[in-house]
Design a protein. Sequence first.
Length: 496
Amino acid sequence: MLPHQRGKYLKSANFTTHIFDGVYFHLKLYPRGVVESEDDLSCFLQRSKIGASPIQVGFSLTLQAVESFYDKEFSNESVEFANSTAWGFNSANGLELIHKDKCTYLPKDVLTLHCVLWSPGNKAIVPKLMNWNAESPCNYKFSSRTQIQVNKRCMTWPIAKVQQLRASFGKVYCLIEQALQNTPKFELSFSFSEDSNCEHAQIIITQCSRTNHASVEDCIFVKCNIIVMSNCEEIYQLSQEDTCLFEPNAPKAWHFPNFIATAELEAGKHIHMDDTLYLLCEFSFSFQNSEVSHTELPSYSESVFRLPEALQTSNLSRSIKKFYTDATFCNVTVKVENHTFPAQKLILCAQSPVFHAMFTNDTKEKNTNVVEIEDIDDQTMKIMLEYLHTDAIVDEDLVLCTPDDISWLYLAANKYQISHLKQYCIQRLLSIMAVDNIDDILTFADRYQEHFLMSYAQYFLKTCGIEIFQTETWYSFLHENPSLCGKIMIQAMKNV
């Protein structure tokens, strides 16, 4: 998140939903606040200029963390949005909270805001996920993703005849070539300048021009780091990374901070014997002429897009995870095909009725503290034990990326009667649902009678049917599962 000045904002892509008849909205995030205080984090939902009459909208804005939502959600059940009207919040401690816990609120330097819109009076009261039935009311979740192009450039800039340049206070220029087409060009200039304190080197970054493809409303973010190559084997870094925002109606030149005095440059032996100064320049340009994808999906319960409480990390679960990772206090061994795993008997009994019965009755497992399992593979057992001890799964995007991976974990959870792990598997299937795997998810939902998953998959099929029906995968699915396809078609006709 770039260090903006007070009053500067980041703008999301436009989004809409059918209940507002094509009226578009966007989010504006002010990382340093609007006017009140430099420590405010401000976010506003703004209506576009398109459309005639004012409309009533209910909405909520939430700062999303890695494993939960920020507990100070801003919401309003009904406000009037005329053209260009904006409603939102100022959080006096939001910025401080983010910087204190970047791992939670800025994973991979990404801040996520969650926005929910509804028509006042029609916000459905929905049951918990496991109590859902076909007659339950359904509201809609609209997802909009802004994919901002980032162009990274790294180059070595040799500046010849440095002493002559210094004596004449002249300038040298260098054009930054862009890898992406139809993106603005930038130019570097290097010179020496003098103020009341001392003489120093100065670099200015100038935006040369905008292309016809760049919107006049687009902002361009630049992250810059400049390093001086020494004439010995050392590299002297002149400055920490600095950033700049080029706005449409603002000056197109940015003075990079006075990163080094001339005396320091000479004393550090940075000017080479041929009177050349070598600068290693690293730039990241973010252009807001972005690609935007929109999806509208039913949201039967809050659990569809918010992790259940059982999956949220606490101090206790972190401590137990450390004990499990370090194999501390592990008093049971679980044997599968090619591997043995240490585990904690107390945790297994608390999480699974099957393990509880196993270790509280006169069984072989109780007497030997060894559990032999033949029908679960190594990877699935590793994931299940990790979940039982920590209520989380590390690298789920890698180890649970296909319906097949998830189905094996679901079967293990079903065998040991771990209901919340089964619920996790359903959540995971919802999150990876796509055109190329909808057939596997429909088969899974039908085989294990997961009605909520089946209803959601049928809605996805209805929404993306044209794209799905043209694939070879669906053609094979149709011929291999005629009975299931018939049931799906009958249900689809009932919902017409």
